[in-house]
Write a protein that binds this ligand. Structure first.
Ligand code: B12
Length: 215
């Protein structure tokens, strides 16, 4: 049987080759070998996706490549998701989290992973999808009585809208009754501090660790 390192290498290769079938096969192989789906996502697919991003930035890969790589990643993650969800299916709800990718931004892969990991950790997750108008976060938080409002932003041009979430929650009079959480590749702890967000999560594991400490 292949080792963990070998299977992770297959996951990376599948992304680099834009190969959906190979990504799904590597994910299945990981499950069969008892490898943690979380490690497979973080060490395998995400690492490779970040390399694709670097090459896109460097001008050696183009948008169609990024689309193809993200489709391969989705194919792999889809195979892992039921196993991930099964890990957390018997837990009681620790709290309600409204999450979405911010207005103007259609990057959803990282947000989806965070949402899945939060479900596994026992939170009730209301996923608003991507390109979510600021008002929708506020309305949903009111409707369900959320403990956390979480936003993902993958672009420097859209992360600025995370400020609007803080402001509109204040205007709605519910800012003090919940926590805000921000994340996404350009988002940092400094940014979270600057805009007054309560929690910054670097990756899905970090998010879960931090929220488990709070709730
Ligand atoms: C895949 C991808 C796409 C895919 C998205 C597919 C999808 N369904 O999501 C497609 C091809 C559609 C795309 C489109 C575009 N993209 Co793009 N894309 C990427 C790429 C290569 C990878 C992103 C990704 O999925 N990473 C893998 C995931 C797992 O990582 P992640 O998203 O960072 O998420 C992790 C953490 O950040 C964190 N996290 C994420 N969300 C949240 C939320 C919370 C609450 C918390 C706590 C944590 C958290 O946890 C996650 C899991 O560990 C990045 C490069 C990069 N380095 O980020 C560029 C990148 C983000 N894209 C970029 C650009 C420019 C675009 C386009 C404008 C291109 C164009 N010319 O059309 C469009 C955007 C259109 C729009 N309006 O949004 C730029 C943004 C530059 C900037 N301004 O800041 C980047 C940085 C590429 C680059 N280096 O230039 N893109």
């Amino acid at each position: 049987m292949a080792t963990k390192d070998e299977i992770i290498a297959k996951a990376k290769e599948a992304i680099a080759n834009f190969d959906n079938d190979a990504a799904a096969a590597a994910a299945q192989e990981a499950l069969d070998a008892g490898i943690s789906p979380v490690d497979m996502i973080q060490e395998g697919f995400t690492t490779a996706m970040n390399e694709v991003g670097d090459q896109f930035e460097a001008g050696t890969l183009f948008l169609p490549h990024v689309i193809a790589a993200s489709e391969a990643m989705t194919a792999g993650v889809n195979v892992l998701t039921p196993a991930l969800e099964a890990l957390g299916s018997e837990m009681e709800s620790k709290g309600k989290i409204v999450i979405g990718t911010i207005e103007g931004d259609i990057h959803s892969i990282g947000k989806d992973i965070v949402a899945t990991m939060l479900k596994i950790a026992g939170f009730e997750v209301f996923d608003l999808g991507r390109d979510v108008p600021i008002n929708d976060y506020v309305e949903k938080a009111k409707e369900v009585g959320a403990q956390v409002v979480a936003s993902s932003a993958l672009m420097t041009t859209t992360m600025v809208s995370q400020i609007q979430i803080e402001e509109q929650l204040k205007e709605a009079g519910i800012r003090d009754s919940l926590k805000t959480m921000v994340g996404g590749a350009p988002v940092t702890q400094d940014w979270a501090d600057k805009i007054g967000a309560d929690v910054y999560g670097e990756n899905a594991s970090d998010v879960v660790t931090k929220l488990k400490e709070m709730f």
